[in-house]
Design a protein around this ligand. Structure first.
Ligand code: HPA
Ligand code: ZN
Length: 329
């Protein structure tokens, strides 16, 4: 095998702020951080004792505080791309919630423009996914994100889709019909985090809205008819094994269904979710799968080709990525 052209379709900007990136962002904006790298790392990553997704999501406060200016957002996008490139990425879909960058007066539009400016600074092929948030009282903000996605939508090289992130067990997918009805009406492709902290019904609701991919989807098999539907319609799952281990999306990782899904013909892809918060890289995710579940090189290739098919990009990019994956194995 030559160098693997890794693809990450599920990577959050605020989950990708490493110690090194945090220090650069803080220096740029005169923000004080803990002096010790060990302490900073413990604040930027999930503790082994993490109980669930709700606790996991608390880790996002510090990285988000470093991205409340245009400069902070632009530089973070640039630095995360460079970091991901150094980890062997050939194609990245980076997601962020514009509404989480408005604490100090930026508008969602400012946040998107700043992220797009960052995108131009790296040669790593990257597209942006705009996240709506599961939260209380932010209906207006979620609708605004959809309107802006419509305005900025491109086939490649910018905003390519929307998503729904946040605490799935607290704010169920069935509460978000309105923004996704609009997204569908506007022809904006979307993925939804579902079947991670909530069950198969959440995946079903996401598919009913018209999601073309599912973030995680680990718990889909709770409803075998739904799993059949995923297989029949080749709906890609953006699986993130170490994140799922840390958030206890399954209570026992030996029962993690990735092998079973693959064997049944589910369109599985492998992603990091939050490389800094999960202390992972895409290569480590595959290593984990090899060690824990005996995933073979052939299966790795299948999952990488699934990622090419699932990517929110144009056909010429897919053809180039497919050729790269083919020649790497
Ligand atoms: N689920 C929901 N929201 C998130 C996640 C996740 O795994 N990672 C970052 N934001
Ligand atoms: Zn995620």
């Amino acid at each position: 095998m030559t160098n693997i052209p890794y693809i990450d379709l599920h990577c959050h900007l605020d989950g990708s702020i490493t110690v090194d990136i945090a220090r650069k962002l803080a220096a740029l904006q005169n923000i004080e951080l803990p002096a010790s790298d060990a302490e900073l790392e413990s604040r930027l990553s999930v503790p082994e004792s993490c109980e669930d997704l709700n606790e996991f999501l608390e880790c996002f406060a510090l990285p988000c505080s470093l991205m409340q200016t245009k400069e902070g957002i632009t530089e973070s996008v640039h630095l995360v791309q460079e970091y991901m490139k150094s980890q062997g990425l050939a194609y990245l879909e980076l997601r962020f919630a514009p509404q989480k960058h408005c604490d100090n007066g930026l508008s969602q539009r400012d946040a998107i423009e700043a992220a797009l400016a960052g995108l131009k600074m790296s040669d790593l092929h990257t597209n942006l996914i705009l996240c709506l948030m599961r939260d209380r009282g932010n209906e207006k903000e979620n609708l605004e994100t959809v309107e802006l996605a419509r305005e900025y939508l491109v086939k490649d090289g910018g905003v390519v889709a929307v998503d729904l992130a946040g605490a799935e067990a607290l704010f169920h997918t069935d509460q978000f019909a309105e923004p996704f009805k609009k997204a569908r009406e506007y022809g904006i492709p979307f993925t939804i985090h579902a079947g991670e902290a909530d069950g198969a019904k959440s995946v079903k609701d996401a598919l009913d809205y018209g999601a073309s991919r599912i973030g995680h989807g680990v718990r889909t098999a709770e409803d075998l008819a739904l799993l059949e539907y995923l297989i029949k319609n080749q709906i890609p799952l953006e699986m993130c094994p170490n994140s799922n281990r840390q958030t206890k999306a399954v209570d026992d990782m030996s029962k993690y269904p990735i092998r079973d899904y693959l064997a049944k013909g589910v369109k599985v892809t492998v992603n990091t979710d939050d490389p800094a918060i999960c202390r992972t890289t895409i290569a480590k995710e595959f290593e984990y799968l090899e060690k824990k579940f005996g995933i073979t090189a052939g299966e790795k290739k299948i999952m990488m080709l699934n990622a090419v098919d699932a990517a929110f990009t144009d056909d010429s990019t897919k053809a180039a990525l497919r050729a790269e994956v083919e020649s790497a194995f």
